[in-house]
Design a protein around this ligand. Structure first.
Ligand SMILES: NC(=O)c1ccc[n+]([C@@H]2O[C@H](COP(=O)([O-])OP(=O)(O)OC[C@H]3O[C@@H](n4cnc5c(N)ncnc54)[C@H](O)[C@@H]3O)[C@@H](O)[C@H]2O)c1
Length: 334
């Protein structure tokens, strides 16, 4: 259902475009003959993720969260003004980071986000913001739909989800009160090639442990359940969503359909790798006191599927294999 003429010669700004998901989005946009400008401070993203010789791609190394970037005429502001559409994907990520550095994580999401939102409002530019399933907090046993309310308290982990939720309010307000096309995507776990081995996300941690012959550490008893989405399917959702008028002003779940326990995930990774030693550690031993565990989290995807016809094309096995392929090159490089 993707209309390729929508992209031809349009200028897209991808903030955080050298990162894991952002770089696959950039590939998808370039393949559709769009012009793409990437801003990234390379704190977790990598230049190797980008096809820098492509004449339709430009790159600027920039931290978007500074005071200077909040000003009219800043480098961020000029690139927003020069674009037809803005994807804001830059963010600190990971539950572990949020738990250990709650203040920095929350502050960074808000500072980055305010600068981008102010600029989009100033120049009346459409925006897609990448939020997270963390906004659902402790979640529940049934698949989560977009109207399910967040449930979280002041434990440090939830600073990330609360800041993302605050950003969703700003994005919804851009649409409702300022009439701009604007929406948020709530990613559930995304997996695949170019995953950063140091991200601390579960598949990345398990795959890097398997490659380096260290223990695959499952937190808790491994009964927590999650879904995982191949990153190329994630990027294709990001490409489909802006074309749907129905989705403007909304927050949209984007995630996988295979719901498995973390224990099963670890076992699948060992099977794919052909080796690996799984051990179990209580959450408290890993994170210290005050960690807020989440037992089950999976998305309802009807809103996205009905509005765009999107559906995942790849299996979890393919996503894990893709993850191994690029991580191996990085971790085993001489
Ligand atoms: N990977 C997942 O499973 C997942 C799940 C839920 C939500 N998300 C969201 O999706 C988005 C992309 O995540 P990802 O997995 O690709 O992460 P990533 O870390 O690979 O990408 C984020 C990019 O933003 C850049 N960046 C961070 N802060 C910046 C700043 N202040 N200025 C400029 N650049 C900055 C990083 O260098 C990186 O390239 C994020 O908003 C994240 O919160 C991801």
């Amino acid at each position: 259902m993707i209309d390729t003429s929508y992209f031809n010669s349009r200028k897209f700004l991808v903030i955080g475009g050298a990162g894991f998901i952002g770089s696959h989005l950039v590939d998808g946009l370039l393949a559709r003959k769009a012009e793409v400008a990437v801003i990234d401070n390379l704190c977790s993203g990598r230049l190797e993720n980008l096809d820098l010789v492509n004449p339709s791609l430009s790159f600027l190394k920039l931290d978007i969260g500074t005071h200077e970037q909040s000003n009219e005429g800043s480098e961020l502001d000029k690139l927003v003004a020069d674009s037809d559409f803005v994807y804001h994907m830059a963010s600190p990520i990971g539950v572990g980071l949020a738990h250990k550095k709650g203040f920095d994580t929350t502050q960074q999401i808000l500072k980055d986000g305010l600068n981008v939102v102010d600029s989009c409002l100033r120049h009346r530019k459409p925006i897609l913001y990448t939020s997270s399933s963390e906004i659902y907090g402790v979640g529940g046993e049934k698949p989560l739909d977009e109207d399910d309310t967040a449930g979280f308290g002041l434990q440090p982990r939830w600073g990330y989800g609360a800041a993302k939720m605050a950003m969703e309010h700003l994005i919804a307000g851009l649409s409702r009160e300022h009439g701009l096309p604007a929406c948020s995507v709530r990613f559930f776990n995304v997996v695949g090639p170019r995953q950063n081995p140091k991200s601390g996300l579960v598949v990345s941690a398990f795959c890097s442990a398997a490659i380096e012959d260290s223990d695959i550490v499952v937190h808790g008893d491994g009964s927590d359940r999650r879904t995982f989405l191949h990153v190329i399917d994630g990027a294709s959702a990001l490409i489909a969503i802006p074309q749907s008028e129905e989705l403007q002003g909304k927050s949209i779940n984007v995630g996988g359909v295979e719901n498995i326990s973390i224990r099963e995930l670890a076992e699948q990774i060992v099977t794919i790798r052909g080796k690996g030693n799984i051990v179990f550690k209580p959450h408290e031993e890993v994170y210290g006191k005050g960690f807020a565990p989440v037992s089950d989290r999976r998305p309802k995807l009807d809103l996205l599927m009905n509005a765009t016809g999107w559906k995942p094309e790849y299996t979890l096995k393919e996503a894990i294999e893709g993850c191994f392929e690029t991580m191996e090159k990085e971790l085993l490089a001489p």
